[in-house]
Ligand binder design. Structure first.
Ligand code: ATP
Ligand code: MG
Length: 285
């Protein structure tokens, strides 16, 4: 595995606006969810979610399959409208000022839609154009991102010829092209090779180091444990554990436990370990 050079991701800092920095308290939180609910028919996938994500932190959103992570992330990205509740991005209400709020976000979905008949370079130019950006600045940034992800030689190849990991990398690049303040990402590590997974972790760290914020869902508990400043675990659309790793440990009364044990404990997965245990016994007999 090639080591990622420190400082390699430096140019990916988010845009910071001095006017907005002086706008005070209301903007101290990068992302606020107030009583956010999502119903699909009569089924409540997300129930009265209250969350605050601080500027400059990596916030991990964990939970078992079907817990409501993707639903929440899609509401934050402005793709799905909450049934009720408010979402504020950098102090702007996503419902009342969608363009302003959305321009602060770089969204990396779990199931990407990519234009197969565009080349990687064209796709990045196209996405930048959606944000009203063009010209030399965009070209330089696109080249920098392609270089970071070792996609330079694929710049003019059609996306349909890309491997799964390459598609993931062009998608991540496209989410960063307009210099967002908040990266919202659903399952970022799936399909990435070790170098790229490491690069993405370094990139997130670098990004928050420059004042950016990351809100990510993951099933990779080691990633959450190593990367996230604070974590919320949700189940059945509700937050059931919340805080730093230390706080989660004390909540789960599992001193010194790894996130996996805490996760299994709070999500009722301990029952699973009994199943595994009996399976093991059956095999060993
Ligand atoms: N479009 C939809 N219509 C009806 N139900 C839906 C829809 N999308 C999601 N759901 C349901 O809402 C719940 C939450 O789904 P969601 O995709 O948010 O979970 P998740 O935490 O992202 O799960 P996973 O870890 O499997 O990605 C699930 O019970 C799912 O079946
Ligand atoms: Mg999901």
């Amino acid at each position: 595995m090639t080591d990622v050079q420190s400082g390699e991701t430096e140019e990916l800092a988010p845009l910071t606006n001095s006017d907005e920095e002086s706008a005070g308290e209301a903007r101290a939180e990068m992302l606020t969810l107030r009583g956010v609910k999502k119903k699909y028919g009569s089924f409540e996938a997300v129930k009265n979610l209250e969350l605050q994500v601080h500027r400059g932190e990596i916030f991990g959103f964990l939970g078992p399959n079907g817990a409501g992570k993707t639903t929440t992330i899609r509401m934050v990205a402005g793709i799905l409208r909450p049934t009720s509740g408010d979402i504020l991005v950098g102090g702007d209400d996503l419902n009342q000022e969608p363009e302003k709020a959305k321009s602060r976000i770089g969204y990396i979905p779990d199931r990407p839609y990519l234009y197969d008949k565009l080349s990687g370079g064209e796709f990045l130019r196209f996405v930048a154009g959606l944000w009203g950006r063009e010209g030399a600045e965009v070209e330089a940034r696109a080249d920098r991102l392609l270089d970071l992800f070792q996609l330079t030689e694929w710049k003019d190849e059609l996306i349909e010829s890309y491997s799964h990991g390459m598609r993931q990398k062009i998608l991540i690049s496209s989410a960063l092209i307009h210099q967002p303040e908040l990266i919202v990402v659903d399952e970022p590590m799936v399909g990435l090779d070790p170098r790229s997974a490491r690069l993405l972790k370094d990139l997130f760290r670098e990004f928050v180091g420059h004042g950016g914020t990351v809100f990510l869902s993951t099933h990779t508990l080691e990633v959450a444990e190593a990367l996230c400043d604070r974590i919320a675990i949700i189940n059945h659309g509700e937050v059931i554990a919340f805080g730093t790793m230390d706080e989660l440990r004390s909540q789960a009364e599992a001193g010194g436990a790894h996130l996996e044990e805490i996760f299994l404990k709070v999500t009722g997965g301990e029952a699973m370990s009994h199943v595994i245990e009996s399976l093991r016994e059956a095999i060993e007999k």
